[in-house]
Design a protein around this ligand. Sequence first.
Ligand code: GLN
Length: 272
Amino acid sequence: MNEREQMLTSVLNCRRVDLYVDRKELNPVQQKQYRQMLDRRAQGEPLQYIIGHCEFLNTKLFVNKHVLIPRPETELLVEMAVEKARMMPNRPVRILDLGTGSGNIAIALAKRVHDCHVVSVDISREAIMVATENARKNFVADKTTFVWCDMFRFLSIDEELGRKFDMIISNPPYIKAGDIDNLPNDVQREPHIALNGGQDGLMFYREILKRAHHFLREEGCILFEIGEDQAQDITQIFEQYPYFRNTFVFRDYADRDRFMCSQLSALSAVVN
Ligand code: GLN
């Protein structure tokens, strides 16, 4: 659907085909709504915030200005995670999702992995509210737990966990702080807290990897979305921790380095 069609189907609460077959007329209230939508769009607001939702892996998700709009490439990260999770021996598969935003990754995983539970953390209370609502609307509330907490604080918990996670997954903020002002206008309308990866864009990878082994079971895996020019630097961060192995980079639809995956070695207990 083009943008106009997306706005009209949203105002009329109908399918695309109804715009043409049934040729519904806009009543005055709907006309006003539609005009307001066009104005907001003309001022650079992302379409998804205006219509209030987006699609991610065939799932409709509610979004607002407090959450990053899920990107199509992140679907590939979820597909890789689903493949890994399905091969895991433990049930339920326990997944930790760091920086959940709209809950897109958690909800898509909960829908696709038969017996799993996803714990999702986000520093933004508004994001946790959006994600919780999205899980409820997609009937996966019982397979997800949303925790309002700074991920660094969450990762600093040093009590022994009952059972560690089988997988950690994250699409953290990874834009360099100094590059935020150069992003396209509509991206700048997204929460900077969801984009800003610190001075070199790598802060979240560094902090997550410092602590990840306390949260992962042996042989558990960690999956990241990364910036297209960050694979080398993040590989070096992984290399600081010898208990990570089988680390590899994979690419997005545009054939750019976009994701990394690694596994916690069974020997991690020795290194601990
Ligand atoms: N992929 C997003 C962008 O390019 C950034 C998301 C993030 O920082 N995790 O705008």
